[in-house]
Design a protein around this ligand. Structure first.
Ligand SMILES: Cc1ncc(COP(=O)(O)O)c(C=O)c1O
Ligand SMILES: [Zn+2]
Length: 453
């Protein structure tokens, strides 16, 4: 006989499971070590059957999520676990691995919006999180599921990922918090100092390989084939479950109002797929009645999704990604390509790109209004500027830019900009520190000179 708790967990597992994105009929337990469909090889997604969720109506869901947003009651103080019924309902409290991620600030970018001609401009600062990027949202879910798998006697011994820097920081931190060994594959010399030192400090086994991200991805897939090392990249759709809460959180922060546009920098395309998934769930359960238009922002130097969009998604374009200031989106063969096409199609979305000079200028401009933007956020802001100039985004539109990482992880980029040493970048907003003798008259003269400008 199952206890009441066991029987509830059993039911939750029946209604939340992995299924193939191409429509194959099999259901797989989210506690199985499985990343792709055994029949057709496509990616899986976590599916939540809608009928059981409809036992609460839209208003009840809103009230429940609102009530948890400011609590410290375990595990609801996390923006992700505050929506646990929509994420992994069958996860036991004791296996939640959380550092109260999510609930990041969504603030009105008043001066920047005015200067750009879109006064209703908002920035969702996902970088204000435990490891400094939105990756924490997905990693709390993945590592929690692994903890539950291990508690139930799974053969998994460790977790592993390939990374452009932020995924590895998040995996290393959450794995260390849970006491699970982590193996990290980084492209040697292609991540920032802060990104490299994060997994090192958290005790992960850090392997810097002489290849790019796409090369690291191939190796990690090989290494995780024997199922004792669990793959933590976003081709593992558990990550998407956590990341999808960011869209729900934005709408909640707007008192359940949907913005007209959400712009997000993309690489492997997990993030935009996740945004769409969260919005689709809210639509299906009646919490919202329309979709925002999603904009995927790429760097010109790693733009396969932009090129595919240009050909009407007739063909998947792969590129060899080139060096870029936006190193975390230096990805040439995005894994979540099919999911991201759905996201663009379902939201009348757009894919646009930005050059090194455009992303650096957009980031520096935003910083002058009080931000401290990472280069990826610079890509999104540059794309915003283009869409305004083209008349696609109108002055009355409510627009959200998702800032995906904290600028403090990318100080090399900032220093290079203000010292005017970045390649392909004209540092029009350079504001280097002024070195002076300790002499009050000299100092006063210098301040006066600046104030006159
Ligand atoms: C800071 C930052 N922005 C954007 C992205 C792009 O996210 P995704 O790879 O899911 O498209 C990443 C990770 O790749 C990132 O680390
Ligand atoms: Zn399939």
């Amino acid at each position: 006989m199952l206890s009441a708790v066991e029987s509830k967990l059993d039911t939750d597992q029946q209604t939340t499971y992995f299924r193939c994105i191409a429509g194959c009929s099999a259901k797989h337990s989210i506690y199985d070590v499985i990343y792709t469909c055994p029949s057709c090889g496509n990616l899986l997604e976590v599916h939540h059957e809608r009928e059981p969720l409809k036992k609460r109506d839209a208003n009840q869901w809103k009230q429940l999520f609102d009530s948890r947003a400011s609590t410290s009651t375990w595990p609801y103080g996390s923006g992700v676990w505050g929506m646990r019924e929509w994420v992994v309902p069958s996860l036991a409290d004791e296996n939640v691995v959380s550092m109260f991620e999510g609930n990041t600030n969504l603030f009105w970018a008043e001066r920047l919006g005015q200067q750009l001609g879109v006064p209703d401009l908002w920035i969702k600062l996902c970088g204000n999180s435990h490891t400094g990027s939105f990756k924490d949202l997905g990693m709390t879910v993945l590592v929690s599921v692994v903890k539950q798998m291990m508690a139930q006697g799974s053969a998994v011994k460790a977790v592993a990922c390939a990374s452009t820097g932020d995924t590895s920081a998040a995996l290393a931190a959450y794995a260390a918090y849970a006491g699970i060994p982590a193996v990290i594959f980084l492209p040697a010399g292609k991540v920032s100092t802060a990104q490299l030192i994060q997994p090192v400090a958290n005790g992960a086994h850090v392997l810097a390989l002489d290849t790019d991200f796409d090369g690291c991805m191939k190796i990690v897939q090989e290494v995780t084939k024997d199922n004792s090392i669990y793959l933590a990249n976003s081709m593992n759709s558990l990550r998407i479950e956590g990341q999808k809460t960011v869209g729900i959180e934005i709408v909640r922060q707007f008192d359940w109002d949907v913005p007209d546009w959400i712009i997000i920098p993309v690489g492997n395309l997990g993030n935009i797929s996740a945004l769409h998934k969260g919005f689709q769930l809210m639509m299906d359960l009646g919490l919202i009645t329309r979709m925002p238009r999603l904009v995927a922002a790429q760097t010109v130097r790693a733009n396969p999704f932009y090129e595919s969009f240009q050909n009407g998604f007739k063909e998947k374009v792969r590129v060899t990604a080139k060096d870029t200031l936006a190193n975390a989106i230096r990805i040439g063969d995005p894994v979540s390509y099919e999911k991201a096409i759905k996201a663009i199609a379902a939201t009348d979305g757009i894919v646009e790109q930005a050059t090194e000079n455009e992303l650096a200028a957009a980031a520096a401009h935003a910083d002058l209004t009080g931000m401290f933007t990472c280069p990826h956020t610079g890509v999104a802001l540059a794309v915003l500027t283009k869409l305004i100039q083209r008349g696609v985004i109108k002055s009355s539109d409510k627009t959200v830019v998702i800032s995906t990482a904290h600028g403090l992880k990318f100080t090399d980029f900032k220093v290079g900009y203000h010292e005017s040493t970045l390649e392909e970048v004209t540092s029009q907003y350079a504001n280097p520190a002024v070195h002076l003798p300790a002499n009050a008259d000299v100092v006063k003269a210098e301040i006066e000179k600046r104030l006159m400008h």
